[in-house]
Design a protein around this ligand. Sequence first.
Ligand SMILES: NC(=O)c1ccc[n+]([C@@H]2O[C@H](COP(=O)([O-])OP(=O)(O)OC[C@H]3O[C@@H](n4cnc5c(N)ncnc54)[C@H](OP(=O)(O)O)[C@@H]3O)[C@@H](O)[C@H]2O)c1
Length: 274
Amino acid sequence: MIMKTNKIAVITGASSGIGKAFAIHFAETGYDLIITGRRIEKLTTIARQLREQFGASVQIILAELSEEKEAQKLIDIIKSHDNVFVLVNNAGFGSGIEFCDNELSKHLQMLHTHVVASVELVYAVLPQMIRRKDGVIINVSSLGAYLPAPGSSIYSATKLFLKSFSESLYMEVHKYGIRVQCLCPGFTRTEFHEHRESHQPTNKNKLLWMDTETVLEESVKALRKDKTICIPGMINKLLVGMSVIMPRKLYYWLMQKSGNTTDLGKMELTAQIA
Ligand SMILES: NC(=O)c1ccc[n+]([C@@H]2O[C@H](COP(=O)([O-])OP(=O)(O)OC[C@H]3O[C@@H](n4cnc5c(N)ncnc54)[C@H](OP(=O)(O)O)[C@@H]3O)[C@@H](O)[C@H]2O)c1
């Protein structure tokens, strides 16, 4: 029996992977949902499942978040509700292509999706959260925020932006009872790696790869403890720790040595060395 909360959770990029896991979690805990993505069939199937299984009311918004007009459409819809308690800025994609080899428009699309749309959405929901003194904002960053690498110049930079943005935001709005989390997953089994334009990771090391349920579990646990940065998994935490203490020149050498194969900071090679 689901206890309805009369609260809305907005989740971008809920048509698959981590966003879908968040959608299931919030529906299961009594939230109604606004879910976004670009693939109507996937979103419709998920919405039907959440309505049938948890009695959630689910609104689907099709939006290409790299486009200002489409992001604005979502913002207007969000603003028309006064009971948005949760925002998960999750929509995102990778490329794996070196900076000069990729089209500038592709870089700009990533900047808009990861950075501009996330900032706009936070700006849209915060006033009502502050007024109510209650709310949750989760910005889905990446381990790549800590581990820049060839092939992930814009990806890592945008994810680092989300980390810094989340931390400042936390300090500003914590006094209103609003929790802000920056979730930094490592390799996660989703459609993300299939959609990348460049190489896909070949070494699907069980220690490094996590499933979406585990990432979600860790995020929820961190939220309960009011932790701002959530890095799921011991190995991922270790990699971040190593990257901080490692001399930068050694770090660059390691990353370059692994060749132009993966992003997320060439984690696989680093992990093997660790
Ligand atoms: N998987 C990993 O290893 C990993 C690691 C670290 C961080 N992350 C981060 O986790 C987040 C979720 O990714 P995922 O792993 O769950 O991948 P995924 O299964 O490919 O899901 C990505 C979601 O984002 C949406 N999306 C992508 N580009 C979009 C755009 N331009 N406009 C609107 N929606 C867009 C997709 O929707 P449609 O395709 O329907 O448009 C999809 O719902 C991303 O921000 C990613 O950077 C993933």
